[in-house]
Ligand binder design. Structure first.
Ligand SMILES: Nc1nc2c(ncn2[C@@H]2O[C@H](COP(=O)(O)OP(=O)(O)OP(=O)(O)O)[C@@H](O)[C@H]2O)c(=O)[nH]1
Length: 286
């Protein structure tokens, strides 16, 4: 299996800028992909923002497994972490986000009021892995097309301040990964969900990873989509991929069939899925 790694210069620069600017903000809005809530939490962010309050924003909840999203929300609550699950394209309003951020910062804001300090907007740094839906959410929060969105990772390149309302200002940052993935499972999950540039991973490796996962947790989705017999699910992973290749009429072009499976998963043709299972209340998600 080929190793996946992606940490170009602009990400290293973005991390340096975050370190320089973290003191300017009250709170970090950490956007995490609801399909991979563990793999898409960036250890560099944990390090840089360790002393700042956090709001975890689970994006792409429409693409995730609803039961798992609910379990993750329960887990965050058990850890005392503020969290919200959203479809960044649709169901989020600046008011909702502002309200949660205000409750996270309630003590700090009350303190400032008591000291007679002038009321001021909360300042939030938004962070997340590439393609997590940051620009889409920010455009909602500022109610205009302030940032560029796209279905390829790495569209946002610089940092910029955006005003959502008189209560909330946002420091946008580019999508960043980190210099070395903890393991290749993390890398495969990021690749399968679209956080890693396409040319940097072997599609068949990522498809094999995904197929094994789906056969374990979402077998009916696989059999239905690819007209498989129950016995096909007992095949070796490579043979299962070959079987699907044959079923989708691609003869022996399993590279193209791998791509088909990856796109089917991303486009919800196999239903909502979550690759990182929610830990029980007393387990860590690190
Ligand atoms: N289904 C679904 N798609 C989403 C959601 N949020 C964003 N998208 C799509 O995901 C793709 C990436 O969204 P962006 O907002 O550009 O992501 P980004 O995090 O700014 O990406 P970078 O520029 O790489 O940092 C786009 O095609 C969006 O339409 C969501 O909640 N649900």
């Amino acid at each position: 299996m080929s190793t996946i790694q992606w940490f170009p210069g602009h990400m290293a620069k973005a991390i340096r800028q975050m370190e320089e600017n973290i003191h300017l903000v009250d709170i970090v809005f950490e956007l995490v992909d609801a399909r991979i809530p563990a793999a898409s939490r960036n250890p560099e962010i944990a390090r840089i923002a360790q002393h700042k309050p956090h709001l975890i924003i689970l994006t792409k909840k429409d693409l995730a497994d609803p039961q798992q999203t609910a379990a993750w929300m329960t887990y965050y609550r058990s850890q005392g972490l503020a969290a919200i699950a959203i479809d960044s394209r649709a169901n989020v309003t600046p008011k909702q986000i502002t309200k949660i951020a205000s409750s996270v910062l309630a003590d700090k804001l009350a303190n400032e009021r008591e000291k007679g300090l002038k009321e001021r907007p909360m300042r939030a740094m938004t962070v997340g892995v590439p393609n997590v839906g940051k620009s889409t959410l920010l455009n909602h929060l500022v109610n205009r097309k302030a940032t560029v969105t796209g279905d390829t990772p790495g569209v946002t390149k610089g940092q910029q301040w955006l005003r959502s309302s008189k209560h909330l200002e946002l420091l946008d940052t580019p999508g960043i990964l980190w210099p070395k993935f903890k393991d290749q499972t993390t890398a495969q999950e990021l690749a399968l969900t679209g956080a890693i540039k396409e040319k940097l991973y072997a599609k068949d490796d990522v498809a094999l990873y995904g197929l094994n996962f789906f056969r374990q947790y979402y077998a009916p989705a696989l059999t239905e989509r690819y007209h498989l017999a129950p016995a096909d699910l007992e095949l070796s992973d490579v043979d299962l991929l070959l079987k699907i290749t044959e079923k989708v009429g691609m003869r022996d072009d399993y590279e193209r069939a791998s791509e088909r499976f990856i796109l089917d998963a991303r486009h919800r043709k196999l239903g909502g899925f979550t690759l990182d299972r929610a830990p029980k209340g007393d387990e860590s998600d690190e």
